[in-house]
Design a protein around this ligand. Structure first.
Ligand code: NAD
Length: 415
């Protein structure tokens, strides 16, 4: 098949590579000229795609990364993997709209357009289909096909990859679904048919909302346990011995990345503005998780006061990890960044360590410095594998461990 993948980011690049591996001819359309040039040079900026794999794809002659719209033309399948961020705390579907408009100008008869970006229920039917129909004068489901297939990629996860994670596929019509299923069956091991576009769209936002709400619940539990003088991490270990009906989530400095802080807002905002329906539990979870960086800062402030008779203003703090999760350089919506900014705003002198960022702007080190004695406190925000936590335990004066991974010791406090 001739395939176009719109957007070569965390989702689009692995999809393009999988399609090339399956023998398809793939155009990876990426409007960011730096990114498309980097891909043409064989330099990957997505951790899960090693340069070797990119080189092999380029060498096969079946992968063409480009920012040239005129190359968009003769395709059987187009998958849209563009950002769906928030703008002013509201869903921003402008990238999806732009990508669909670009495809609409070049849509071949009989082609299948698949939306992969995470969004609220109704987007494929109410946004994607009308743009394509109006631009072409054709009818979706008859002259061309439209589908929705949410991406579940988990960057850095080696157990669950693009190939072995089940892929939900929904079509505007049965024929649309069959076309999309044919494509995904050629590149992934498990496909799952959804009854409607909206059921698939809702399933995707619900998956991330489920995680978001449960993280908020343990963050709330952590605050309560601290008031009660109970170790929340031990409590969670105890609860997790129940072999049924309990899934363990852990507290932390908040939620980050492109998904958890964003996707639930697509659900709640759409429900409120389009249907006058408040999804209250989810909105509350947003409040709890949004407040977590502030909570970390207040815990640090309290300890400096009570243990060291020191104010946060003027204190020297070392922050470990800026990415939103271990093993990645992704700092989008990262609560770790929020914590360092809040500490600095309160007058602390903050150094940060982030080994995964190629260009360090907000941080000062790419590895943990040897001399930790100069810091009043170390705050562990993102426990990257390459952090020598024993060195931190041995040499730091005080550590606030927001992830519950440090060994127990009098000078180490867990959130
Ligand atoms: N990152 C994840 O772990 C993940 C997991 C599952 C789902 N998703 C969803 O997948 C979608 C994409 O996320 P991502 O993390 O890959 O984003 P990303 O920012 O890494 O990549 C998106 C790419 O699309 C490009 N782009 C922007 N406008 C475009 C246009 N009009 N046409 C073509 N390309 C365009 C951008 O330049 C960027 O390179 C989002 O909806 C996200 O919620 C992400």
């Amino acid at each position: 098949m001739n395939v176009i993948v719109m957007g070569q980011g965390y989702v689009g690049l692995p999809l393009a590579m999988a399609a090339v591996d399956a023998g398809h001819h793939v155009i990876g359309f990426e409007p960011d000229p730096h990114r498309s040039a980097s891909l043409r040079d064989g330099r990957s900026y997505v951790e899960d795609i090693p340069g070797k794999q990119l080189h092999a794809a380029l060498a096969s002659g079946r992968y063409q990364p480009t920012d040239d719209r005129t190359l968009i033309g003769d395709f059987d399948v187009a998958a849209i993997t563009v950002p769906t961020p928030l703008r002013d705390r509201q869903p921003d579907l402008s990238y999806v709209r732009n990508a669909v408009e670009t495809l609409a100008d070049h849509l071949p008869a009989g082609a299948t357009v698949i939306l992969e970006s995470t969004t609220h229920p109704g987007t494929t039917r109410e946004l994607v289909v009308p743009i394509l129909e109006e631009a072409t004068g054709w009818r979706a489901g008859e002259d061309f096909h439209v589908a929705f297939s949410p991406e579940r990629i988990d960057p850095g996860n080696e157990r669950w990859t693009f190939e072995n994670t089940p892929k939900i596929v929904a079509g505007l019509t049965t024929r649309c679904q069959v076309r999309a299923l044919e494509f995904y069956a050629s590149i992934t091991q498990h496909v799952v048919s959804a009854d409607s576009l909206e059921a698939a769209e809702l399933a995707k936002v619900f998956e991330n909302t489920y995680r978001h709400v449960n993280i908020a619940l343990v963050n709330e539990l952590g605050r309560l346990a601290h008031v009660l003088g109970v170790d929340v991490w031990h409590t969670l270990e105890l609860a997790a011995t129940k072999p049924f009906g309990f899934t363990k989530f852990t507290p932390g400095p908040g939620v980050g990345g492109h998904c958890l802080p964003v996707d639930p807002v697509y659900l709640t905002h759409h429900a409120r503005t389009q249907h006058g329906h408040a999804v209250r539990l989810v909105e509350l979870a947003q409040d709890v998780n949004d407040g977590q960086p502030d909570y970390v800062v207040s815990r640090l402030q309290d300890t400096l006061n009570s243990r060291f008779q020191r104010s946060l203003s003027g204190a020297r703090i070392l922050a470990l990890g800026l990415a939103y999760k271990p093993g990645t350089a992704d700092v989008r919506e990262s609560p770790a960044v929020a914590v360092t900014e809040m500490l600095a705003a309160k007058g602390a002198s903050v150094d940060a360590v982030e080994p995964h960022l190629a260009q360090v702007t907000a941080c000062d080190f790419r590895a943990i410095p040897r001399d930790l004695g100069i810091y009043d406190a170390v705050v562990l925000l993102t426990p990257h594998d390459d952090f020598d936590l024993q060195h931190v335990a041995d040499h730091a004066r005080y550590v606030l461990d927001t992830r519950g991974v440090m060994p127990a010791a009098p000078h180490i406090e867990r959130l």
